[in-house]
Design a protein around this ligand. Structure first.
Ligand code: PEP
Ligand code: MN
Length: 264
């Protein structure tokens, strides 16, 4: 199990019967935006807030994130709302700026950035969400996680975020089979990202519920107050209202999963 401590002394566990939902915008755009989303997703049952400050964008001309300013916004919202925060680290030089960030995400595009993996293993004990590479096999994901573990940080959470296949109807293909495979061959928790794996807000609920039912240890979902005008990933972002409805179904699916899969 991987644990995250909250400010009021509670422990949020991933794995071994514990399940968490991380929600928030793809990227931090402003204090007001993140504050509003954080309050909404927390009241719907999310236990952690996500928000990218350093964004790995395909085009160098797309919004690259607010950088350190974005991390400061996350930290302010974290204390204001009382919710731990998750953000992506792209370069080890930025690690000192992540002091108040509770969980560090290593994105799909950096899954095999072995120097970065070794450094987050050596320099921090914070939980690391390691996202599956765009065309990485399950074995490659597990071996990438071992770079972090072997360097001294045992707190790795694997994340399925869809893989690139011949299919074009969705942004990626969601490989839910990874969940039972990881439960069988690894002790690490595995969460699912129904947003990047589908690329479409209308599909996120079905993917989130299915991922929960198959036994995922958590979800990471993109939520935006105004998806049409989002600076990044608007097409796949749920509104807070959609997220609230999804959470109700996810909690039902979680109850069933707990009954069905005794080995989770
Ligand atoms: C993200 O979480 O916004 C992100 C960039 O994810 P991925 O690395 O899975 O594409
Ligand atoms: Mn995104």
């Amino acid at each position: 199990m991987v644990e995250v401590k909250t400010e009021d002394g509670k422990t949020l566990g991933f794995g071994d019967g514990q399940f968490q939902v991380i929600a928030g915008p793809c990227s931090v755009e402003s204090y007001e935006q993140v504050l509003g989303i954080a309050r909404a997703v927390k009241s719907s049952g999310a236990t952690l807030l996500r928000g990218g400050a350093f964004k790995p964008r395909t085009s160098p001309r797309s919004f690259q994130g607010l950088g350190v300013e974005g991390l400061k916004i996350l930290s302010k919202v974290k204390h204001e709302v009382g919710i731990p925060v998750v953000s992506e680290l792209m370069a080890i030089e930025d690690l000192p700026e992540f002091e108040d960030i509770d969980v560090i995400q290593i994105g799909a595009r950096n899954m095999q950035n072995f120097r970065l993996l070794k450094e987050v293993g050596t320099q921090t004990k914070k939980p690391i969400i390691l996202k599956r590479g765009l065309s990485a096999t399950i074995k490659e994901l597990v071996l990438a996680a071992e770079y972090v573990l072997d360097a001294g940080n045992p707190n790795v959470i694997l994340c399925e975020r869809g893989i690139r296949t011949f299919e074009t109807e969705m942004r990626n293909s969601l490989d839910l089979g990874i969940v039972p495979v990881i439960h069988r061959l690894s002790a690490l928790p595995i969460i699912v990202d129904p947003s990047h794996s589908t690329g479409k807000a209308w599909m996120v609920e079905a993917a989130a519920v299915s991922a929960t039912a198959i036994g995922a240890d958590g979800l990471i979902i993109e939520v935006h107050n105004d998806p049409k005008n989002a600076k990044c990933d608007g097409d796949q972002s749920q509104t807070p209202e959609m997220f609230d409805a999804t959470m109700k179904k996810v909690m039902e699916a979680r109850e069933m999963a707990m009954k069905w899969w005794r080995t989770m």
